[in-house]
Write a protein that binds this ligand. Structure first.
Ligand code: NAG
Ligand code: NAG
Ligand code: NAG
Ligand code: NAG
Ligand code: NAG
Ligand code: CU
Length: 576
């Protein structure tokens, strides 16, 4: 072979192996994508029960996590994702919607079929699940809003890799048991592995779960069947031109945490796995179970024409009465159940839009791309709509402070953010404690507690408590907050720092549609939010049919996933 040919072959080989980093990182400009070109998908439905001789009986499901490609938009090349499904072929992003029936247990064997390496950059310097072999993607599934045993709660350290080859320190079993004996409502399942929650959800490990109680819900008259009662799983993503999900692999403090960034935002708004989809609707009422599955983006939803949201449930529980809203703010992992009556529209289409600044509430305003969510194309045909909005929904006892069960304990939960010498966040802690510090929140099974959540940071943190449900009682601004913060940074003790002396500023009313039982709430910066947390069912006085005190216990955390991972999460240990 002559020298020139050799040189050329070597040169071409080199070109093939070293794509320029610039080409790799070339980002897709979301504002160049055409909106409303893909139809809203309906995710596959899986029944979490069997029917034998007309009766509902428990069922066992096997749901896997698969590495595959997913089309997020007509003009975005297929994207490598991690997806839940009964097979690789049927796996979707979000995953299948699991439909359970009140009182009938669902058993799920969650199977990890993921490759040896993650598709997104993760940061080994924050407390993270790392298999001893350094091979495999740790995963563990949490059913958000579920009332079930600790062994099936998807504890962050109960992770496992492909074929259960490697298992986390608190791993106990392969098959999870969801009792489904709580009140009916909308839940969602998602990954919860230590330090990897943000990347595992970004990769696609998300899905809806609905508990239905027909004898209680059908008489309400709300839209309730497959066609008119639909989950909308909303999240934001950024992409590269090759279709892959873009996540910045350089941290904001690269010398401390090479990759971790405090909040992930993408410009493309995805609903049920499609960017800015459209949905053809009939001129009648629909019910949407809107699940905010973003890492950090808050949404403030409104319609561009005069349609309203009739809010019937938030998070997992129905309200006492419907609340009509022109706009509604949804924090990460908050759930809104709304009815939209398209017969009220004067036109043939309506755009669901968003105008929440990011980070919320004091960040950048929305742009053309992330200000639109989806489009509804409304049939011109007028029809008879048998569904209705009842005046009264469901009243749970003790949903206000006056008729609550006696309060067994009062706790102060302070949220801290720490910054580096360049004033960039390095990590966030609850009560100044790392996740590994022994549990300090140890409520009694069946008890109610008052928690004062004190936000000492500049962000709004959606706090999520596993197992328990809570009612937001009030939100009070901290006066002379700098003085109070100085004291807290020194002593980390709200009583010693006289929190009651400072919590005497402006009171912010809890919006009507957020006064019911919740499992996530937005903790306003500079405010003390007082919540009543209940560690028992809200619909009955029966005790849990499982041992809530068993290992590995539960957790509570901020639901901005990037905060939760580093490490705005603490153990929650129930005691007898
Ligand atoms: C990634 O993050 C780094 C550090 O915060 C920043 O300097 C850089 O501009 C980011 N890159 C992109 C493409 O956003
Ligand atoms: C969704 O939740 C994320 C994080 O919890 C939050 O930042 C975002 O604003 C929420 N978006 C909507 C539309 O509710
Ligand atoms: C929306 O309602 C307002 C008043 O409530 C009215 O002025 C406006 O014309 C309405 N717009 C449409 C598109 O119906
Ligand atoms: C639980 O018991 C209390 C008092 O014993 C009662 O007021 C309340 O209505 C009961 N709740 C339910 C759901 O039965
Ligand atoms: C008590 C306290 O420090 N609160 C902080 C909460 O957030 C605001 C910003 O919205 C800060 O200015 C406060 O310092
Ligand atoms: Cu947070």
């Amino acid at each position: 072979m002559v020298g020139l040919e050799r040189f050329l072959i070597a040169f071409l080989a080199l070109l093939a192996i070293c794509k320029t980093p610039w080409a790799d990182e070339k980002l897709l400009d979301a504002s160049q994508l055409k909106m409303f070109v893909d139809e809203l998908p309906d995710m596959p439905k899986i029944k979490g029960y069997d029917v034998v001789n007309g009766d509902h009986v428990p069922k066992s499901l096997i749901i896997g996590m698969f590495h595959k490609k997913w089309k997020f938009h007509r003009d975005i090349p297929a994207t490598p994702v991690f997806a839940y499904g009964t097979s690789r072929h049927t796996a979707t992003v979000p995953g299948p919607t699991i439909e359970a029936v009140h009182g009938i247990g669902t058993h799920v064997s969650w199977r990890n079929h993921l490759p040896s390496k993650h598709i997104l950059p993760w940061d080994p310097t924050i407390p993270t699940a790392i298999p001893s072999t350094k091979e495999g993607v740790p995963t563990v599934v949490h059913l958000h809003g579920g009332i079930h045993e600790p062994e099936s709660d998807g504890h962050s350290e109960s992770w496992f890799t492909r074929n259960f080859k490697q298992r986390g320190p608190t791993w106990t079993k392969k098959k999870y048991h969801y009792h489904n004996i709580q009140h009916p409502g909308t839940l969602w399942y998602h990954d919860h592995a230590m330090g990897l929650t943000r990347v595992n959800l970004l990769a696609g490990l998300i899905g809806a779960y609905v508990i239905r109680q027909p004898d209680l819900e059908v008489p309400l008259g709300l839209p309730y069947d497959d066609e008119f009662d639909r989950p909308l799983v909303v999240f934001d993503r950024g992409f590269r031109v090759d279709g892959s999900i873009f996540m910045n692999s350089t941290g904001n403090n690269p010398t401390i945490h090479p990759q971790w960034q405090p909040e992930y935002f993408g410009d493309a708004i995805i609903v049920n796995g499609k960017a800015w989809p459209y949905m053809i609707v009939r001129r009648r009422k629909y019910r949407f179970r809107i699940i905010n599955a973003s890492n950090a983006r808050f949404f403030k939803f409104y319609f561009t024409d005069n349609l309203t949201f009739i809010h019937v449930a938030s998070d997992s529980a129905y309200h006492e009465r419907p609340v009509t809203l022109k706009e509604m703010v949804l924090a990460p992992s908050e759930i809104a159940n709304v009815v939209v009556d398209f017969s009220k529209s004067k036109s043939n289409s309506a755009i669901l839009a968003n105008d929440a600044p990011y980070p919320y509430p004091s960040g950048d305003p929305v742009n053309e791309a992330n200000s639109k969510v989806m489009k509804f194309i409304i049939s011109t045909h007028h029809e008879v709509d048998e569904s209705r909005i009842p005046e009264k929904l469901i009243k749970y006892p003790s949903s206000s402070s006056s008729d609550a069960s006696p309060v067994a304990h009062t706790r102060y939960i302070a949220l801290y953010e720490y910054t580096s010498n360049v004033d960039e966040p390095t990590h966030l802690y609850i009560n100044g404690k790392p996740y590994e510090a022994p549990a300090t929140e140890m409520p009694k099974v069946g008890s109610s507690e008052i928690w004062y959540v004190i936000n000492l940071t500049e962000d709004n943190h959606p706090l999520h408590i596993h197992l328990g449900l809570f009612v937001v009682l009030d939100q009070t601004e901290l006066a002379k907050e700098d003085e109070f913060k100085d004291c807290m940074l020194k002593y980390n003790d709200a009583i010693k720092c006289h929190v009651s002396k400072y919590a005497r500023g402006k009171k912010v009313l809890v919006p009507a549609h957020e006064r019911g039982w919740k499992n996530v709430y937005k903790m306003m910066p500079g405010y003390v939010t007082k919540i009543l947390v209940r560690f028992s069912f809200i619909h009955s006085n029966e005790s849990y049919p499982f041992d809530a005190t068993s290992k590995p216990g539960y957790v509570y955390h901020c639901h901005i996933l990037d905060h939760e991972d580093n490490v705005m999460m603490r153990p929650l240990k129930l005691i007898a």
